[in-house]
Write a protein that binds this ligand. Structure first.
Ligand code: BGO
Length: 713
């Protein structure tokens, strides 16, 4: 008795499925009806080696939704009869349309083989498909066939038997959607999996996807189960957030992402003859993701973005700075009690104000990032970088969390969840800290804007971001050669359609980031500013006070000075006194302790302290500097931080660059580090992450300072 394999043929109308079926089974076929519907059912039997292949030709369909009787029959057959092997017949001359169904067959976890039918036509057109790459990217085997010439039919049988006997396997769920959608899918899968009956009947990931695309049948099914209440809650949330965040709905997004995945897969595997006419999107792609122009263009766009943040941000930044300057001066005049005045002016206004002046730049940066994302360019950038990433042992998929890292390391660390391979994930987690987050932005703007001209500052900023990317790539290469050996697994890189993003969505996304920044300024940074003020003012040294009181009274009664000179000398003495008190305070003592470590980088103890406080949150580097420099300074003319920094004889462009490099590379904030630990899941990685980022930061800042001294001073 031969063993029977149940094989279903599925494909779009006109993919040549009927022709292929006829070619395979010949006259050996019977016609019936699928139960309960008038859709005709063709089945036939062929024998191959010691197996009997029972082949069912399912009705032609474009997708597995439940709109037409053909779709319902096909879908129910696959879900309920569970065929041993599903052969997806694809018109290889029209892949973009035909592979849509393939992505849905992957969702149902069908044991899938793809027959690239009409291959004879494709060969006539001189189109080439890289079958190995296609298999690696999509996780299933692709077999070129022709129902006309009979090409590939034996191979199709061989693969069917091998798949059935598990000599070969397919990689299930090789295609994954964006991090945003995957998070909802994961949430739904978790809930659905708690119901044993439901999850044993249907594959939970498929149910989750179908619920998100609003599939009426699946809704009806899941509603019968107690998990429905929780499921419905997540669905309503998904609907509301997608509407708010993307002005879209999950159904639309999933559909677009399927197309984007297909376009990406085709781009990476199919080579069309050069004489073929391109559509508009392909024409833009041929420049933006071109092997020669792609990378320089990406670098140019990044450069333009940073120039823009500086040039456009300059004026509103000056307004806000002037406002806080005025506020500080007014508060100094109005508040008479010295301690209250100092805490408000030197602590809160200098600290929080110092951070708030960069709000316009932050908003411009996020607007530009959202714009690049919304137009579909960021996905192209990932596509371009994919090639570079492969050289360091990663792939473009890791670039998405890296780009997210430009915004904030917390979501970036979480975005590594889309990487299924553990070594890729750990490597990506370890390189994200070098992708400069937006909280470091105020430090760069402050330092670059103070020590460089506007256009130089834009270049310095661009250079810093590029340095971050380069260090990240070198780190990945090192980790991949020394720790995680082995090839990186290829994935399909999405190519979404080009479009003009809606201004409403861009403004909304920009505002969300701006309000987060404002909230942070009003909470963490305010709290930190007060704490730093306290730690910089206490303990007070009675001796210093007594010593200076004595000198001041000597000056006042001295006959060596006239009245104007006396005011000047007293003012100088007050400055010296407050500097000495600052050095005597907790902050001063800690600063002196750190100084030997940071001195080789050109930093004094105040910068050292600012860097330490920056471990809590990077903006605090700026607010700490604001407080420390305003406390040690009584010069009424320079009441903003930038002027105070410029007046310091120890600071110059070399120190400025070294400071930017250190801030770029050293450990991210505490909140991000906690998330890193959770995602990496082992202390050894957290310990490595802390020591590695700190060491790299120190070495690079040391080099920058010393090389900078030679060329800039
Ligand atoms: C007509 N190669 C080539 N070159 N053509 C193929 C192949 C192949 O591998 N497979 C199928 N075709 P269906 P569905 C036709 O009918 O099997 C052709 O809907 C014509 N008809 O011959 O029906 C196949 O079952 C007049 O073409 O597809 C058929 O999936 C002129 O693709 C068409 C030219 O195949 C659709 C072709 C009156």
């Amino acid at each position: 008795m031969k063993k029977q394999i149940l094989v279903a043929l599925v494909g779009n109308p006109n993919s040549g499925k009927t022709s292929l079926f006829n070619k395979i089974v010949g006259a050996n076929q019977k016609v019936g009806n699928f139960s309960g519907v008038t859709v005709e059912k063709y089945e036939g039997t062929v024998f191959h080696k010691e197996y009997e292949l029972k082949i069912i030709d399912l009705p032609g369909t474009y997708s597995l939704t439940s709109y037409s009787p053909e779709e319902i029959v096909t879908r129910n057959y696959i879900l309920e009869e569970n065929p041993d092997v599903v052969i997806n017949v694809v018109d290889s001359t029209n892949l973009e349309r035909n592979l849509y169904l393939t992505t849905q067959l992957i969702d149902v976890q069908a044991n899938l083989l793809v027959a690239l039918n009409m291959f004879d036509e494709l060969e006539k057109q001189e189109t080439k498909i890289d079958l190995d790459q296609a298999e690696k990217l999509i996780g299933t085997h692709f077999i070129p066939t022709s129902a006309v010439t009979g090409q590939g039919i034996d191979e199709l049988f061989d693969h069917t038997v091998e798949l059935f006997t598990e000599k070969i396997s397919i990689k299930k769920n090789k295609l994954s959607f964006s991090q945003y959608l995957e998070e909802y899918i994961e949430k739904l899968v978790k809930i659905i999996s708690t119901d044993e009956e439901l999850s044993s009947k249907y594959y939970p990931r498929w149910l989750a996807i179908k619920l998100l695309v609003n599939d009426k049948d699946v809704y009806k099914t899941v509603r019968e189960y107690p998990v429905w209440i929780k499921v419905n809650h997540v669905l309503s949330e998904a609907l509301a957030t997608t509407e708010k965040k993307y002005d879209s709905d999950p159904e639309m997004m999933l559909k677009e992402e399927r197309h984007a995945l297909i376009r990406g897969a085709i781009k990476e595997t199919v080579k069309y003859p050069s004489k073929r006419k391109k559509n508009a999107s392909e024409m833009i792609d041929s420049i933006l993701i071109n092997r020669i122009t792609g990378l320089p263009l990406f670098i140019f766009f990044m450069w333009a973005m940073f120039q823009l943040t500086f040039t456009l941000g300059e004026t509103p930044m000056n307004w806000i700075e002037a406002f806080f300057g005025w506020l500080g001066t007014t508060a100094s005049q109005v508040i008479t009690e010295p301690t209250t005045r100092s805490i408000i002016v030197d602590g809160i206004i200098s600290g929080v104000g110092g951070v708030l002046i960069f709000l316009p730049n932050i908003m411009i940066l996020f607007f530009a990032l959202s714009f690049l994302e919304g137009t579909g360019y960021m996905a192209r950038a990932a596509f371009v970088i994919d090639k570079v990433m492969h050289k360091v042992g990663l792939h473009g998929k890791s670039f998405i969390p890296m780009i997210t890292g430009f915004g904030c390391s917390v979501p970036a660390f979480m975005a590594t969840r889309t990487l299924r391979n553990r070594s890729d994930r750990i490597t990506t987690l370890l390189i994200i800290p070098f992708m400069s987050c937006s909280a470091k932005f105020p430090v760069y703007i402050l330092v670059a804007g103070t020590f460089f001209s506007t256009s130089q500052a834009g270049n310095a900023l661009f250079g810093i971001y590029m340095l971050g990317i380069v260090i990240a790539l070198i780190t990945a290469r090192l980790l991949k050669t020394a720790v995680f050996k082995g090839e990186s697994e290829p994935f399909v890189m999405e190519l979404p359609p080009y479009r003009m993003p809606s201004l409403k969505v861009l403004l909304l996304q920009m505002w969300q980031k701006a309000s987060l920044y404002l909230r942070k300024a009003g909470t963490i940074i305010l709290g930190a500013s007060i704490l730093i003020w306290i730690a910089s003012n206490y303990p007070k040294s009675e001796e210093i006070t007594a010593e200076y009181n004595q000198i001041k009274s000597d000056v006042l009664i001295s006959t060596n000075y006239n009245e104007t000179e006396k005011i000047e000398v007293i003012s100088d003495l007050e400055f010296q006194e407050s500097s000495k008190q600052l050095e005597h305070s907790f902050v001063g003592q800690l600063g002196k302790l750190i100084e030997p470590v940071v001195a080789p980088l050109g930093f004094d103890w105040k910068l050292g302290i600012a860097l330490v406080t920056g471990i809590a949150a990077k903006e605090i580097v700026v607010s700490t500097m604001g407080t420390l420099y305003s406390l040690g300074d009584v010069d009424e003319e320079s009441n903003d931080l930038r002027s105070r920094l410029l007046e310091n004889p120890n600071y110059n462009q070399a120190v400025a660059l070294a400071l930017m490099v250190f801030v770029l590379l050293y450990i991210p904030c505490a909140a991000a580090s906690i998330v890193f630990h959770k995602e990496a899941g082992a202390w050894k990685w957290t310990a490595f992450y802390i020591s590695y980022t700190m060491t790299v930061a120190w070495i690079m800042a040391f080099l920058t300072y010393n090389i900078g001294k030679i060329f800039l001073l």
